[in-house]
Design a protein around this ligand. Sequence first.
Ligand code: ATP
Ligand code: MG
Length: 193
Amino acid sequence: MIELRGISKAFNKQPVLQAVSVVLPDVGIVALHGGSGSGKTTLLRILAELENADCGEIAGIGSKRVSYVFQEDRLLPHATTLENAAIASDNACARQWLERFGLGDSFDKKPMVLSGGMRRRVAIARAFAFGGNVLLLDEPFTGLDAGNVAVLKKEITRFAQTGLVILVHHGEDVLPAYDMRLTLENGQLQSVI
Ligand SMILES: Nc1ncnc2c1ncn2[C@@H]1O[C@H](COP(=O)(O)OP(=O)(O)OP(=O)(O)O)[C@@H](O)[C@H]1O
Ligand SMILES: [Mg+2]
């Protein structure tokens, strides 16, 4: 399991996270909710060790391989779809995931000529190709059509059979069944169900 103990973070002296403590399971889906600016992305970035907490600690994450779909797609503009998706894995694996998300005929295209939803799917394919045992998803459904929402939900559920998914999404409309729900409000985790 992964344990967050008293995680606090402020930007420019404005507290964003205040003594956030929670125990996360090794497998399953954790839904992370909260209004805009409540600190969801900041919490994911701290979990991925892209941001340092001001105080507190995280136990149990060091042995994990963490994959991340960022809130923004973060594709390399001069790299092709396949190169972007394979950046943290290999071509064969990236090809499979791109095909899974309907991008089998777009391997050689650059991000600039892709639609927003296609770019989102490249970022998602990149994360699944990397694999790992923790998958952080920051509003992954943005821009996806119903067919790709269904594919993503299925793959999230499959990943969560052997690893932990932490899923940020506004609203309940497209969420897969989750095991735990966290809500960030005023810097604190208000509910753990
Ligand atoms: N690098 C940074 N420098 C300064 N302030 C930051 C930085 N990153 C985040 N913040 C601030 O921290 C607060 C939380 O931001 P965060 O991106 O974590 O919110 P969020 O819950 O993900 O919001 P949204 O739902 O809009 O994505 C916001 O007030 C934001 O302006
Ligand atoms: Mg965010």
